[in-house]
Design a protein around this ligand. Sequence first.
Ligand code: ADP
Ligand code: MG
Length: 309
Amino acid sequence: MKKRIVIALGGNALGSNLSEQMKAVKTTSKAIVDLIEEGHEVVVAHGNGPQVGMINLAFEAAVRSEVIKDNIPMSVCVAMSQGYIGYDLQNALREEMLNRGLNVPVSSIISQVVVDKNDPAFKNPTKPIGSFYSKKEAEEMIQKGYILKEDAGRGYRRVVASPKPVDIVEKETIKALLNSGQLVIAVGGGGIPVIKDGNHLKGANAVVDKDFASSKLAQLIDADFLVILTAVEKVAINFGKENEMWLDELTIDEAKKYIEQGHFAPGSMLPKIEAAIEFVNSGSNRKALITLLEKAKCGIEGKTGTIIK
Ligand code: ADP
Ligand code: MG
C-alpha cells in the first residue's frame, strides 16, 4: 500500500568528506528510488555533522588568517551545508530515477526551522563544532561573545545550542510538491534554525538535531512512516554488552522504560528513539522504523529493522 514516508538519512548515507559524499549519494539514491518505484511518497531529510563542521572550519581559518573580516554565523553555515548536500543528493537521485525510466522531478527546499528563543538548550550549549583553540585564543573569542568549552582535555572548542524544532517555515511548499508527485529533500542538517521576531526570521546560533527535525516534518506533513536510516540494522538493549538483544518491535511504553534504564546513548541512539516516540504519539496509525540504509525497503515491508508503534 502506498505510504507517505519521511526518510531521515544519517552520517553513513553521506560520508564525511567531499569525495566520500559523491560516492555515498549513489548508494543512498538506490535505496530511496526503490521506495519511489514501490509508489510511495517520499521526503528526504538528512544530517550535516561533518559538512557543517567543514564549512565552519574553512571560514574560521579564513578569519584567523584575515582573508575575510567577519565570521559566518552558524545559521548561514547550516544553510550552506543544506545547499551543498542537496545539490549532490538531488543530482544522484535524478540520475538513478532516469536510469530506471522514472520521470519524477526532484528538488531540495532550503528549509528554515523555527526554534524557541527561550529553549533551555540556548542556556546550555552542548554541541561542539569546528577547530580546537588554546586557552589564550579561547579567552579572546569568549571576549567577542563566542561560547567555548574545554573538550576532553584536547583544547577549547566552540559549542552551539541544539534547541528543539517548533515549526517548519516551508511546510506548505514541501506538501504542495509532495501532493503533485514530486520527490523532495527538506530540513537538511536539521533545518536552518531561526527565531521569530514579528515577520522577521532571525538566524539562531544553533544546530538542530536532524532526528527531531525529521520527526517534526513527518508530523506536519501527516506522514504514515518516519524511517530513520543509520549505521545499525536494529535497535538494541544492552548495546555492546554480552547480553545485547536486538529488538524487532518497540512500544512507546517499552521505549520510555529503556530510556530510563539508559539503554540508548545520548547524541546517537537516544535522539532517534525520542524523535520516534514523538512522531508515533502525534497521531493514530503513525509508525517509526530504525534500520540500515540498505535495508530501507525490507524494513518498510516489515522484514527487518526495529518498528516503534
Ligand atoms: P546517525 O549519523 O545516523 O545519526 P549516530 O552515530 O548518531 O548515527 O547514531 C547511530 C549509532 O548509535 C549506531 O551506529 C550505534 O553505534 C549507536 N547506538 C547507541 N546506542 C544504541 C542502541 N541501544 N542500539 C543500537 N545502536 C546504538
Ligand atoms: Mg546522529
